[in-house]
Design a protein around this ligand. Structure first.
Ligand code: PMP
Length: 385
C-alpha cells in the first residue's frame, strides 16, 4: 500500500513530480472507485499465481472448458461460498448471469410481472429510478416512494410504504451507489414478494434473506469483477412463467441448468469463489459490518466536524456505509480536492458524472488505512483552503 511520505501534504503537492514517481513506485493506490472497485489484494495475488496453471492442470481458468470437472468445482465453491456467507436456506438458488444489474432491471419484470399486472417500486436514487422505468415496459410500475424531489437524500421508512398484496412484487435498492443513501433495515413486506437490487452493499453486512424473494447484485463492487451478476432467488418464483421469452433470460431455465445454459463468465465466477474464501477468513459478513461501520464512521465524523467545509449529501439516518457522498463549497473546489488527492495516491473520488461532488466508495476490500489517509488529507485541505 502507498507509503506515507513525511512531507506535509502542501509540500507534497508542490513536489508533484516526485510524488507521481513515488506513487508509481508503490504501484497500488487507494482506489475509491464506485465499481469496478478495489479487490482484496490476497485474491489478486492468488489469481496471478494461478493465472497460467490452475490446480495443476497446465491451463488457466480463462482457457478451461466450463464443462470441465475443475471448473465445476470452482462454480460449486462460488455458490456454496455465497450460501454460507449469506446463510441461504435450501429453497434459495444462487444464479450467475451476465448482462450486469441493468439486465436484471428487465429480467425481473419479464419473469415476474405479467402484462397488465402491477409491481411497486421504492425509488430512493438513480438506479431505482432506472429499474422502475424498465419495468414499465412490461407492466405497470407503481412508484410508491420517490425521493427525487428532495434530491435523493433519504430512504423510505417501513411504515410510510403503502404495500399492496395485489402487487406482483415490490422492488427497492438497498444502497444507492450514486447518491450514497442506504437502507439500514431489511424491508418487511409481509406476504408481498420483495425484490432487491443489492449491487453495492451485498456481503457488507448480514441480511435476513427470508424477507426477500429475489436479491440481485452486479459483482463489481463487493463480490468480484464486472461481467457477472449474482441472483439469489427463492425457488417458488421459478415457476412463475408469464410470457414467451428467450430461454437465456428465464430464471427457471438458468436455474435448471445450474447457471450453465450457455458459457458463463468463468473468470468472474472463479474470482467470486476466491472473494468468498477471503471473506470467510476475515470473519464473514458480521465482521465486515463492524469494519464497514468503523470506516464509514471515520469519514462521516470528518465531514461533521469540518464546520461546514465538507457538506454530506445524505440525511444522517440514510447515510451509506459504502458510498460516502459530500461536496465542498463550489464545483471548482471539488475539482481541486480531487486533483490534489489524485497526486497523493487517492483515485476515483469524483462523484458520478450526473451529480458531481465527491464520492468515496469504501467497499469490503477497501482498507481502513485508506480512509484514515483520506481524512488526514481532508483536514489538511480544509486548513489550506
Ligand atoms: N444498480 C446499482 C445499485 C448500481 O450501483 C449499478 C452500477 N453502478 C447498477 C445497478 C448497474 O449495474 P451494471 O453496470 O452492472 O449494469
Amino acid at each position: 500500500m502507498l507509503p506515507k511520505p513525511s512531507l506535509k501534504f502542501s509540500e507534497q503537492i508542490v513536489c508533484a513530480n516526485v510524488l507521481v514517481l513515488a506513487v508509481k513506485m508503490s504501484e497500488r493506490v487507494f482506489n475509491f472507485s464506485a465499481g469496478p472497485a478495489m479487490m482484496p489484494e490476497p485474491v489478486l495475488e492468488r489469481a496471478r499465481d494461478e493465472m497460467l496453471s490452475f490446480g495443476g492442470s497446465g491451463m488457466g481458468i480463462m482457457e478451461m472448458s466450463h464443462r470441465s470437472g475443475l471448473f465445476g468445482e470452482v462454480l460449486g465453491r462460488a455458490g456454496s461460498g455465497l450460501r454460507t456467507l449469506l446463510e441461504l436456506p435450501a429453497n434459495y438458488k444462487v444464479l450467475f448471469i451476465q448482462g450486469g444489474a441493468t439486465l436484471q432491471f428487465s429480467m425481473v419484470p419479464m419473469n415476474l410481472l405479467a402484462a397488465g399486472a402491477t409491481a411497486q417500486y421504492v425509488v430512493t436514487g438513480q438506479w431505482g429510478k432506472k429499474a422502475a422505468a424498465e419495468a414499465a415496459r412490461f407492466g405497470t410500475a407503481e412508484v410508491i416512494y420517490n425521493g427525487e424531489p428532495e434530491g435523493f437524500v433519504s430512504v423510505a421508512d417501513q411504515d410510510e410504504l403503502r404495500l399492496s398484496s395485489a402487487a406482483a412484487y415490490v422492488h427497492y435498492t438497498s444502497n444507492e451507489t450514486i447518491d450514497g443513501v442506504e437502507f439500514d433495515y431489511d424491508l418487511d413486506a409481509g406476504g408481498v414478494t420483495v425484490v432487491c437490487d443489492a449491487s453495492s452493499n451485498i456481503l457488507s453486512k448480514p441480511i435476513d434473506i427470508e424477507k426477500y424473494a429475489l436479491v440481485y447484485a452486479g459483482a463489481q463492487k463487493n463480490i468480484g469483477p464486472s461481467g457477472v451478476t449474482v441472483v439469489i432467488v427463492r425457488d417458488d418464483l421459478l415457476k412463475r412463467t408469464l410470457r414467451e421469452m428467450p430461454k437465456v433470460l428465464s430464471y427457471e431455465a438458468i436455474a435448471a441448468n445450474d447457471s450453465m445454459l450457455n458459457t458463463p463468465n468463468t473468470w468472474g465466477i472463479y474470482l467470486i469463489s476466491l472473494v468468498c474464501e477471503w471473506l470467510q477468513e476475515q470473519g464473514g459478513v458480521a465482521a465486515m459490518e463492524k469494519r464497514n461501520a468503523e470506516k464509514a464512521g471515520i469519514l462521516y465524523d470528518a465531514i461533521d466536524s469540518s464546520d461546514g467545509f465538507y457538506r454530506g449529501h445524505a440525511e444522517r439516518r440514510a447515510r451509506s456505509r459504502m458510498n460516502v457522498t459530500f461536496r465542498l463549497s463550489s464545483p471548482e473546489l471539488d475539482e481541486k480536492f480531487c486533483a490534489e488527492a489524485e497526486l497523493l495516491g487517492m483515485n476515483g473520488l469524483r462523484g458520478h458524472r450526473t451529480v458531481g461532488g465527491i464520492r468515496a466508495s469504501i467497499y469490503n476490500a477497501f482498507p481502513r488505512a485508506g480512509v484514515e489517509y483520506l481524512v488526514e488529507f481532508m483536514n489538511d485541505f480544509a486548513a489550506r483552503n
